[in-house]
Write a protein that binds this ligand. Sequence first.
Ligand SMILES: [Zn+2]
Length: 877
Amino acid sequence: MRSIRSACLALALIALLATSAFTSTLLAQSTVTTPEKFFGFQLGADRKMARWDKIVEYYNLIEKQSGGKMKVINMGPTMNGNPFLMVIITSPKNLANIDTIRKNNLTIVHPGRTPEAEIKKLVATGKVIEVQSMSMHATEIGGTQMAPELAYDLITRTDEETQRILDNTVLVEVPCFNPDGEIMVTDYYNSTLGTPYEGSNYPSLYAKYIGHDDNRDALLTSMNESQYMAKLLFTDWRPEVYVDHHHQGSYGARISLPPYAEPIRPYGDPIMWREIAWYGSQMAYKETENGYTGAINNAIYSGWGHFGFHWITPFHNIDGMLTESASAKLATPLYVLPEQLQGGARNLPKYEAETIFPDPWPGGWWHLRDIVNMQKTAAWAALDLAARNHETVLWNAYQKAKNQTARGASADTPNYVIPTLQYDPITANFLVQKLLVQGIDIKQATKPFTAANGQSYDAGSYIISLAQPKMGLIRNLLDRNFFPDNDWTRDKEGNPIRPYDLSTDDVAEFMGVRVDHVVGPLNVEAKLITEAPVTPGKVAAGSSGYLLSGKLDASYKAVNLLQAKGVAISRVVKPVDGANLGDFVVAKGSEADLTTIAKTIGVDFSPAPAIPADSTAALKSKRVGLYQHYYGGNVDEGWTRWLLEQWGYNPTSLLDPELKKGDLNAKFDVIVIPDDSTSTLTGEPAAAGGGRRGGGGGGEGFGRTPTDYAPEYRSGFGEEGVKALREFVQKGGTIVTLGTASDFAIDKLGVHARNIVGELPTKQFWCPGSTLKVDVDPSNPLGYGMPKESLALYLQGDPVFQITPSNNNERYSVVVNYGNRDILQSGWLVGEGNITGKAAMISAEMGKGKVILIGFRAQHRAQTYGTFKLFFNSITN
Ligand SMILES: [Zn+2]
């Protein structure tokens, strides 16, 4: 308890701070450098883009001039080593108390054992924390160009509205979610100025690895930027409100605002959905009040989107929202004819006035500055609403946490157990680490225990209670989920409408991790954990050296690390006592290296039994080429490159000019072709209707044709490339085609197979991002280490194979089949009978080499750990 004396001292301090806040406001007004003066142009001016390094400089400058209203924090380096900033803007008094405010908010949103009376006090004195992030998709430039001006306005305006915002909210601005991309796009844009390609799309991925998929990385947070955002949103700050600013296509509404349209995901708190609508109304209303036309809300973007940052935060009980502004041509204005304006999206069937779109924009010139104005209006409206209703917002934050906890406690299976007994315990442990990144409470059993159904578990098993605020998140990540098949998800003709992304995000299914949903109360001694470190593996030699399990994803990493050190490794290829088919045998004499690897990645090197020489095959270190192209880049290429680098495969990027030169065997043993259409790979015109991914539904939909790009950025390796790849296989090379690129193997490389779902109408066969039950042949070297029954992620458009008759049927094998019935584990599947029992992954020997076709998404976004081994075997064996 505080003494009276210290309370008086505190009051005096507050008075002092208030006075200094007053004088600093006057000071700020006169001395804060305007963006226009600093950058040399008004932000959003035609053909001008402020570059990230200058923006960082500006923030650092105005922080000093802000009179204590702003704090700039560098969260760390991006993947390319640029600073990633979070900028706190609030009143000087709040800023001086920022850590207390942050901690009090964490108590409100995760009430735990804090009595309600105490929470009421925190609510009465609390401040709403609001995170707003900009331009994660780097060609969607408006946000980052707007952010410095929003910051400037907040620290210099002295009107009542601004004062209320500063007093009652804490804005955490992320002025750029993707600084690497911002720099790439700004430099590219400047290089096109005055050329016929001015304002054209950026020709590569606008990030080191994953470009547009940076949003889809909220699930496993593989990139640095995602890890910073996860800290900000999921654990360390856990705001009440999150707004993420994006761009959409150019020919519809000028800005799309919350709430989301139908359908919505299950397990969200109703107050959260209501609040999102509340903010959206305020944003849209403010656009109209300010005289900006063309704002729409409750349209285009469905409430069951991907599980990226703005779409996953609602299940953290945060009001996670997005704004989507119509794009210009980067900073070059775009002229839009009235008849070019289109509807055709969710809740906007025609480009006509409706209640959610009462004042359609009439067409004309569209400037970056228009985007800045409308985004800034939306950003400000979200702050204004929270400031006016701060107590309600904070009390609701408590209500949401409390209600979700109660719902979880009364669920049929209120506890989820991740047992120690796993097919791949290292991957299971990795999942636990990533669930902790989400801020989910996880306990670990300190003693063995038995569940009400009689199932017993070892000490060390992880327990996730649904009786916690993030119940909705847990259920979406760890439950079987089925995407709705109803009027919202079918068009008038009954054709299914493509979900925004996948139709399930069950990450445990993607990773092949066993999660038991346990009925009844659980009587267990367990402790709350904050980390799940890798358990160091054991190292012990046997007569034939060391045995490394082929069942573990991590073993492939160990193999690559050891091969890089020149250690001889072979693989068990015939059944022997004491070893499984596909286990790795590591030669003796490398104990120090093994110990380091066992410690860092957790694999055991056990004593290898005596193994006859003809029962193993020596493994040669492989030179891996990974096909890459311009034409906007290919995000599957970026993910695959990252994954291969993480696993020590050291891939070399193979671009069109080098591919077309041929003689590929001199440089590569294996060439991987990421998911792509035949037309994009070869550069031939696409067949009518475009790619096979199909379906309608909203999307970021930026149209692109090859001639939009300068000649040096056009792609397609043509007949020359096809010839070079065929020759590569004939001479002993291996080509691995992923997802739709398998169509290319059939169309162009002479693989005798047919894609049996390629031409089926979507009413007959439809499977947009679902986990399906598959049967693996673990005796096939490409199936080594896999469980016989597995789950595979299938995306609409992925080929399913039938091997067609040829003179060399014996040179073909089926590695993976779809199951025989009831094959949908999670997601959405129409027309199961089209694929049951059919081939999902095949291998075709041709000449001295082979082509391996993986039809489903074995390494999707580096998240599908459960099927990584099928991909790794394709390279390693
Ligand atoms: Zn976007």
